[in-house]
Design a binder for this molecule. Structure first.
Ligand code: IVH
Length: 674
């Protein structure tokens, strides 16, 4: 074996070191600064080169190598580690009065307090990162505050955590700790849970448990796929910083992601205004925040104030009131998904919660309904899991009507009457009849939807009419619908019928990612569709791929590989693709190279767009080689502000970043040829 240090040529060692520095630099440009300097393809080439060097000469691999970010070997269990200094927790305040009482206590203990730093309380998992000579050497969970679990290999897969600091302040000791939260963005959470549900697995209650589950994985490769991110807020020791605001600035300079919404307040009123502002706006953020942390700004005063038991006297966590409401369960209906998964759904008296009106909430599966004992007629407590997914917490027992009976899962599919099957290891029941009209309807809806082929005018109601009339059974049939057929349906006149037929015909040539997603294979959503499109380039190449070839695609696991291969083989998939092609549907080949007029530009979208979906807008930006970003920094090229834009707009204005509206965006896309 060539793993001995002495057998590695010096040139190889130098190149490996150089590649590590380059990859770390470009990784940071992409993931932390949101401002890449090289194309994804170039990055992949450099990455590949390092992987190859390391596999040829295992001795050149270092624990902080960027290749370790994709997850190293699985562990058997976690080892316990002792924190260098205790990780404290915070006292809570639930009202303005309690915040005021905290102010009084602080000022009694410290004399005059000139400034407080307000930060969002991130609802994630507390982490402590230890650095030695600028390199990440250990990551640990909080545990009981004194001792936590060593989750280093997992945390190495989190892109926003620097493995090697880009600068090291002169005042930093050789060894120091950085603390903060690791979290799963809301959008990732929603997509991840939808995937789990479709796969018949148990879903996570909120992004915090999904993040915790992600960090506490024995196999780091699983952590790598959870899309976790971090916000850091504490430096131990603080290395010359005099205030909490300086700590945050220093952390940012060192290369950590720091939440952009901190605010230095001089008075109680200012703190309360900050709380009020975020109580209203928190639903616009892509991460969950459950409150505001108020900290005495001066570190000298913090020292003076000290702590009582395990909480500092210089900080408090104001908790937003839980957004829970009561409403009635009108019905528990069965919904059949496009892959046959059957879910009980509570139909509710409409109610406003966390910023939108909720009419329905999934009850996930029969075990969940039984565990919560939700019955038709019950008044239930409702909230939004992860601020996005409406969820029934529990019935309000005092209000249960006499005669309400436990709910039982039907044995047969409500749409096609075939027996529902619960396979070993799954929590869902499935209708296994591929001809089931409910599944067909869902597949058609998915095909025509904005995330699918985006066929204008072909909404759920029209699809129902087409299926009921027997004109359409699958997606390929849509392309053969005639104006005369449409004229027989309720609500259609000559003009509207022609218009719909034209809009269906207009969607024959689409990007490959879109077509793959629209086909609705089990386990394949937008993200996997993009990976498959990038890898295979054409639908025929994908259709012809073996399980092994599918499994070899980065980011595609064995379950997905098997399902995709089976879908094409099983007749209905391959046949559907052939019939779609015969009807003129074709996918534009995916280009490997990423060159274009917007190369190196980071574009951030905020608010709702009228003309495009988010994924579409992002696809168009990528099509011009720009990169769609998720957070605004000084290096952001342009912010596109749609309707009711979020805090990103304020941030852009604060930083003087260029802002345009949707109209301007569409014009610039057109001008750039996108
Ligand atoms: S400061 C000694 N700042 O909330 C001070 N904590 O309820 C330590 N948290 O254990 C905490 N966002 O995990 C601080 N901006 C923030 C925070 C934050 C979330 C968490 C942290 C802490 C818990 C206390």
């Amino acid at each position: 074996m060539s793993s001995g240090q002495e057998t590695i040529p010096q040139a190889t060692r130098n190149r490996a070191a150089e590649l590590r520095v380059l990859l770390e630099h470009h990784g940071e440009r992409y993931h932390v600064l949101d401002d890449p300097e090289i194309s994804d393809a170039e990055y992949d080439r450099l990455f590949r080169e390092l992987v190859d060097l390391e596999s040829e000469f295992p001795g050149v691999q270092t624990p902080d190598s960027p290749t370790q970010r994709v997850g190293g070997a699985p562990l058997d269990s976690f080892t316990k580690v002792r924190h260098r200094t205790q990780m404290l927790s915070l006292g809570n305040a639930f009202s303005a009065d309690e915040v005021e009482a905290f102010f009084r206590r602080a000022e009694r203990g410290a004399g005059r307090v000139d400034a407080y730093v307000c930060e969002l309380k991130i609802d994630g998992l507390a982490l402590s990162l230890s650095y030695r000579n600028g390199a990440l050497v250990r990551a640990a969970t909080r545990g009981n505050g004194v001792e936590g679990e060593d989750v280093t290999s997992n945390v190495r897969t989190v892109r926003s955590v620097p493995m090697q600091l880009r600068t090291v302040s002169a005042k930093l000791p050789v060894e120091f700790d950085v603390r903060g939260e690791v979290y799963q963005p809301k959008r990732r959470f929603a997509a991840f849970n939808a995937q789990l549900e479709e796969a018949g697995k148990q879903t996570y209650a909120n992004p915090r448990s999904a993040a915790a589950g992600g960090v506490r994985q024995l196999d780091p490769a699983i952590t790598a796929k959870r899309g976790l991110s971090t916000f850091m807020y504490q430096l131990e020791p603080p290395a010359g910083a005099r205030t909490q605001a300086e700590v945050l600035d220093l952390l940012e300079t060192l290369g950590f992601t720091v939440n952009p919404h901190r605010h230095v307040a001089g008075s109680l009123d200012e703190v309360l205004a900050y709380i009020e502002h975020w109580a209203q706006r928190r639903h616009d953020l892509d991460y969950e925040t459950d409150g505001v942390v108020i900290k005495v700004a001066s570190l000298a005063l913090q020292e003076e104030l000290g702590k009582v038991s395990r909480s500092p006297r210089w900080a408090i966590a104001y908790k937003f009131p839980p957004e829970e409401v009561q409403t009635e369960v009108l019905d528990i209906a069965i919904q059949v998904g496009r892959t046959g998964a059957v879910t009980p759904v509570a139909h509710l008296t409409p109610v406003l919660v966390a910023g939108s009106t909720v009419r329905r909430a999934t009850l996930h599966n029969e075990d969940e309904v039984a565990r919560k004992d939700v019955r038709i007629g019950d008044t239930v407590l409702l909230h939004k899991a992860g601020d996005v997914i409406p969820e029934v917490i529990r019935p309000v027992m005092d209000k249960r009507p006499a005669g309400a009976v436990p709910w039982v899962m039907p044995e047969r599919c409500p749409a096609c009457d075939s027996g529902l099957v619960r396979e070993a290891g799954e929590v869902v029941r499935r209708c296994l009849n591929p001809l089931c009209p409910a599944q067909r309807r869902e597949r058609l809806r998915h095909f025509a939807s904005r995330a699918g082929m985006n066929i204008e005018g072909l909404g759920e109601a029209v699809i129902d009419q087409l299926v009921d009339a027997g004109f359409v059974a699958d997606a390929a049939d849509l392309y053969h619908v005639t104006v005369d057929q449409l004229l027989t349906l309720d609500g259609f006149a000559q003009r509207s019928a022609e218009k719909l037929q034209q809009s269906i015909a207009a969607r024959t040539s689409v990007p490959l990612t879109r077509l793959i997603n629209a086909l609705g294979m089990p386990h394949v959503g937008e993200h996997t569709a993009a990976l498959l499109a990038q890898h295979f380039g054409t639908i025929d190449a994908l259709a012809g791929a073996s399980v092994e070839e599918l499994n070899a695609v980065g980011g595609v696991g064995p379950v997905v590989a098997q399902n995709v291969a089976r879908w094409f083989e099983a007749g209905e998939g391959g046949e559907l693709v052939r019939r779609l092609q015969a009807a003129g549907v074709s996918a534009e080949r995916v280009q490997g190279s990423r060159d274009g007029p917007w190369r190196g530009q980071s574009w951030v979208l905020t608010g709702t767009l009228e003309q495009l979906t988010r994924p579409e807008a992002e696809e168009r930006i990528r099509g011009l080689a720009g990169s769609p970003g998720s957070s605004v920094s000084k290096r952001t090229h342009t912010v596109v502000a749609g309707g009711s834009p979020g805090s990103k707009l304020a941030r852009a204005e604060e930083l003087g970043v260029r802002v345009i509206d949707e109209r301007g965006f569409l014009d610039e896309l057109a001008a750039a040829g996108g």
